[in-house]
Design a protein. Structure first.
Length: 107
C-alpha cells in the first residue's frame, strides 16, 4: 500500500510540474487549454477533499502541513494518514454530544 501511495504522490507531483510548466511556457493548442482545465479540476477536487476530511486532518499533529499536502497530493495523502487519528477525531466529536445528551436527560 505504501508503494502505491508513494507512486501516486510522485505521479501527482509530475502532473503539477507539467501544469506549472504549461503556465510558464504554454504548450501548443489545444493541449495548453486542456491541461489548464485539468489542473483547475484537480485543484477543485483537492479543495473538496479538504472540506470533506477537515476533522480528520485537524486531528493530525501538524494540520497546516497536512492541508498543504492534501492540496498537492489529494487522496494519496489522506490514505496515508494513520487510522488512529480518525478514531481520535471521532471520539473528540462524540464527547461534546454525549455531554449535551446527559445535560438534557438531567434537566
Amino acid at each position: 500500500m505504501k508503494t502505491f501511495l508513494t507512486l501516486g504522490k510522485v505521479l501527482t507531483a509530475l502532473f503539477w510540474g507539467v501544469v506549472l510548466a504549461n503556465l510558464l511556457q504554454p504548450f501548443a493548442q489545444p493541449f495548453a487549454l486542456l491541461l489548464n482545465g485539468a489542473g483547475a479540476f484537480i485543484l477543485l477536487i483537492h479543495a473538496l477533499e479538504l472540506w470533506f476530511f477537515d476533522k480528520r486532518i485537524a486531528a493530525c499533529p501538524k494540520p497546516a502541513l497536512e492541508r498543504v499536502q492534501v492540496m498537492l497530493f489529494g487522496i494519496f495523502q489522506l490514505l496515508g494518514l494513520p487510522a488512529e487519528q480518525a478514531a481520535v477525531a471521532a471520539v473528540a466529536e462524540s464527547e461534546p454530544e454525549q455531554a449535551l445528551q446527559m445535560e438534557a436527560e438531567n434537566a
